[in-house]
Design a protein around this ligand. Structure first.
Ligand code: UD1
Length: 420
């Protein structure tokens, strides 16, 4: 099993390019199931989760080709089944994103229940209830979601009592081919949801309200082939900016979208970083001492839960005491025990972490990655810790960060990937 060895201590300086957004690529890949013909995609990140979604689509008969620049072409003309198998779904919860498109296109879908997950129980009840509202019969049997809409899906009003990103995306993909109008109330406003909407509209779907809490979808009979470029990954960008806020230095991230990450940029400024932005690039300079920052996670446009772990790392070496509240997932503090092993002064009570910072707090230790963003927080800690930090189980990080050691080493980090 691969491990990362990180020698901490140096500043990071230089320019990098943001990768395409994982959380936009996954639903957009799933949306290819709705099409008659081919979907061409560029800026798809080279990640384990993307490979898994491609395997899910391939197992249904989709033909996928890829050129040297990672431009994908997905041809769904010869789909031959509507089943997302457990062996694939168990490795990635987001596989549930094929439920809506399969139901819309074929009137039936069988998708393995995703099961448990390192960051909480993460149920799929909202996905199932909304498919029922659209007229599907849904049962869970033998570990599978089995859904049928013999007479096709019908538009409906769907109110989410909890904001759900993939839940909103599943309903969007089901409703675009349903008969009549669908209204989604309390929809997720994440930029990745808006990116999916833009791609679906390019295929000929009729959706209004992107970026707001209420989405209106008017069903159409079919969607057409198109080419689409995935938006930049705001969480990847924010992770590297946080790394430089912690190590000190100067970084420019090109091909990024600062307008999609204002809550994080505000917090990095509060921590002492100097940040300037252009429409598609961000520069961060850090030459002052790091100040602690309180955060509370919430749906977009507020502070993302996918940056909570990285900000706990930041706070371990910042001046002052910080309070970090996790309001989205109930068990998303697995990184805390590992950061304590590296010297962090962190106490946990329910959904709140209290971190007392100290610029010399972190030292190397063997640690274990437990989920995707938790792993990122350990890499950031390793970059500033004294000595060589060994991070085990880094397959988690490869699910969501493209060539992380290559990108950070180009800025001056000393990270080595070793096997065994
Ligand atoms: C997506 C993102 C993930 C991010 C999360 C929150 C993708 C592929 N993943 O995950 O990176 O951390 O949004 O921003 O886009 N819930 C229910 N019932 C459901 C669905 C969700 O109770 O049927 C709850 C969840 O347990 C959680 C909350 O709703 O407490 C939000 O989860 P949700 O937005 O659905 O997360 P994902 O879409 O799985």
């Amino acid at each position: 099993m691969d491990k990362l060895l990180i020698e901490g201590g140096g500043k990071l300086n230089g320019t990098m390019r943001a990768s395409g957004a994982k959380n936009s690529a996954l639903p957009i890949l799933a949306s290819s199931l709705l099409l008659e013909g081919k979907l061409s995609l560029s800026n798809v990140p080279h990640l384990k989760d993307v490979t898994t979604m491609i395997e899910v689509l391939g197992s249904m008969g989709a033909e996928i080709s890829l050129d040297d620049d990672m431009n994908f072409e997905i041809d769904t003309s010869n789909l031959n089944n509507h089943i997302a198998r457990y062996e694939l779904v168990k490795t990635m919860r987001a596989s549930v994103l094929v439920l809506g498109p399969l139901l819309a296109k074929f009137g039936q879908a069988e998708v393995a229940l995703p099961g448990g997950c390192a960051i909480g129980s993460r149920p799929v009840n909202l996905h199932l209830e909304s498919m029922k509202k659209l007229g599907a019969e849904v049962v869970t049997e033998g570990g599978y979601i089995k859904a049928k809409a013999v007479n096709g899906l019908k538009g409906a009003e769907i109110l989410f009592d909890t904001i759900s990103v993939t839940g909103t995306e599943n309903v969007l993909m089901a409703a675009v081919l349903a008969e009549g109008k669908t209204i989604i109330k309390n929809a997720a406003r994440e930029p990745e949801v808006s990116d999916l909407i833009e791609c679906l509209c390019q295929m000929g779907a009729r959706i209004s309200g992107a970026g707001t809490k209420e989405l209106l979808i008017e069903g159409v009979h079919e969607l057409n082939p198109t080419s689409f470029k995935i938006i930049p990954d705001r969480i990847e960008t924010a992770t590297y900016l946080t790394a430089v806020a912690m190590t000190g230095g100067n970084i420019t991230i090109k091909d990024s979208r600062p307008d999609t990450m204002e809550s994080v940029l505000d917090k990095l400024r509060e921590a002492g970083a100097e940040i300037t932005t252009e429409s598609d690039s961000i520069n961060l300079k850090m030459d002052s001492s790091l100040k602690s920052v309180d955060i509370s996670t919430a749906p977009y446009p507020l502070f993302p839960t996918d940056m909570q772990a990285q900000f706990i790392s930041l706070n371990t070496i910042a001046k002052g005491q910080a309070k970090v509240v996790e309001t989205i997932f109930e068990n998303r503090f697995m990184h805390v025990q590992e950061l304590i092993r590296m010297g962090g002064d962190i106490s946990l009570a329910g959904n709140t972490a209290i971190i007392t910072g100290n610029s010399d707090a972190l030292h190397s230790a063997p640690v274990m990655a437990t989920d995707l963003r938790a792993s990122a927080s350990l890499v950031l800690a390793g970059l500033v810790a004294k000595g060589v930090t060994k991070i085990d189980r880094i397959y988690h990080i490869d699910r969501g960060y493209e060539r992380i050691e290559e990108k950070l080493n180009a800025l001056g980090a000393k990270i080595e990937r070793v096997s065994g």
